[in-house]
Design a protein around this ligand. Sequence first.
Ligand code: FNR
Length: 184
Amino acid sequence: MTKVLAISGSLRQKSLNTYLLKAAQKYSPEGCEIILASIKDIPLYNSDLEKAEGMPKPVTELKQQILNTDGILISTPEYNHGIPGVLKNVIDWLTRPASDVPKVFGQRKVGVIGASPSRLGTAFAQTAWLPILRYLNTHTYFGNQLFVSGAHQIFDENGNIKDDFTKELIQKYVNDFFEFITTC
Ligand code: FNR
């Protein structure tokens, strides 16, 4: 079984990015699984806290989940044409201690997708993640892109997709991403 850990960069109950990952989960090919991570209990990074108490349990657990899977699929919101602080905070915690970075991120297969109500569907945010992923030496997936624009009209109140074309785009991305993971 090939496993991918999915991280939504939003804490919102009805997050469009979480809906997107749940859709991706549904369309995983046979023999492949997407596991949805939780970031809701991860505190704001503070080196005083790290020194006093060590790594918070939710960070250690998330790190272990990454180590137990074959890749990471990030669904990023876009805030002010950039990356959301909530998600950057998670990545920053995951880079502590710095000696763990090679094992957590080094050559790890990572895909970035995103959903937003705007017309560009997180194009700026997805691009803004690239220097960070490069710095962490991940093996970033560039074979396909998924920008879900007008996402507030794509998903219904319960996160079901109303649009067949978007459904096909998600299916294609998920298939291609798993192929990248298993063949690279
Ligand atoms: C936004 N939003 C937004 N959308 C976008 O496409 N480009 C942008 O630059 C911004 N900027 C922005 C700033 C701030 C502070 C907020 C709160 C929101 C809208 C954003 O895409 C929308 O709220 C999404 O629904 C957020 O993702 P989740 O929470 O639905 O996953």
